[in-house]
Design a binder for this molecule. Structure first.
Ligand code: CP
Ligand code: NVA
Length: 310
């Protein structure tokens, strides 16, 4: 898997294709749009714009936040399960990209294979947004950083602990750590480590990334503790993964080892009693519902960037 190169069209495929200043611009706009929405202000910045959304996998937050984002901005979103489109019965990704580009202004895809996303972007005449692949979940991490900075402060120089599966969300966090200048410690069972090329890319950009096996070591003094489901959508070795991850639960004892002001983040959906205990995810350090809300404000800023409005 090659690190994504976005090229000229304003695709939002992976954080690795961005410079820190552009991501900061997106974050600043997200914060501004959040404040405007809270005060009841809605500017039709995407009037008449249309976003097609294709889902090969389930979604609550990504689907609803993008749809509401387009509504709030005066545009329109068209959500599809991939099975109801001809792509679900064999029409090529390239033809789907060419056809949809004649109708809509941007396309969001949630799919298994990252190569499919890249193929769509290669053939689309409009911006393509990564709504999650097995490789990465960049929209999520921008919302995570917005949430972290609202509650803890500027992320540069802070320590983030990732506990569990070195999955798509972890890989986007690795890319973000290199761009935002935070330390990222990942405690994963060796067989579930993130892809070496992602870690190497981040390190080559000066990223302070440390892989380890001990959750206790990873969270020691950390400013945020983050985890995700032990079994991601499309994972085929569920039972083996659950066994490997049994000692990677974020519980109260583990949270105690982090900084007293640390926040707990999780992209959701969560499995209470597996990767996180109820007392942590529903406890005072958890910011998971702010994090989910921030998906909405961030999607708006991403859409505005893709459509060259910022
Ligand atoms: N966090 C996230 O992407 O949630 P959904 O799967 O509900 O979209
Ligand atoms: N890692 C999870 C994230 C869900 C939002 C998955 O891919 O299923």
């Amino acid at each position: 898997m090659a690190i994504t190169d976005t090229g000229k069209t304003r695709h939002f495929l992976d954080l690795s294709a961005f410079d820190a200043a552009t991501l900061r611009l997106i974050l600043d706009h997200a914060a501004q749009l959040k404040a405007e929405r809270k005060s009841g202000e809605f500017r039709p910045l995407l009037a008449n714009k249309k976003l097609a959304m294709i889902f090969e996998k389930n979604s609550t937050r990504t689907r609803v936040s993008f749809e509401v984002a387009m509504m709030d901005l005066g545009g329109h979103a068209l959500p599809f399960n991939s099975n109801e489109l001809q792509i679900g019965r064999g029409e090529t990704v390239a033809d789907t990209a060419r056809v949809l580009s004649r109708y809509v202004d941007a396309i969001m895809l949630r799919c298994h294979s990252h190569d499919k996303l890249l193929e769509l972007a290669k053939n689309a005449g409009v911006p393509v947004i990564n709504g999650l692949t097995e490789y990465s979940h960049p929209c999520q991490i921008i919302a995570d950083i917005l949430t972290f900075e609202e509650h803890v402060g500027p992320i540069a120089g802070k320590t983030i602990a990732w506990i569990g599966d070195g999955n798509n969300v972890a890989q986007s966090w690795i890319m973000a750590a290199a761009l935002f200048g935070c330390k990222l410690r990942l405690a994963c069972p060796p067989k579930l480590n993130p892809l070496p090329e992602v870690v190497e890319w981040a390190k080559s950009r000066g990223g302070d990334i440390e892989l380890m096996t001990s959750p206790e070591k990873a969270v020691a003094g950390a400013d945020a503790v983050i985890t995700d489901t032990w079994v991601s959508m499309g994972d085929v070795h569920a039972e083996a993964q659950i066994k490997m991850l049994a000692s990677y639960q974020v519980n109260a004892a583990l949270m105690k080892k982090a900084s007293p002001s640390a926040v707990f983040l999780h992209c959701l959906p969560a499995h209470r009693g597996e990767e996180v205990t109820e007392d942590v995810i529903d406890g005072p350090q958890s910011r998971v519902f702010d994090e989910a809300e921030n998906r909405l404000h961030v999607q708006k800023a991403i859409l505005l960037w893709c459509l060259a409005k910022i």
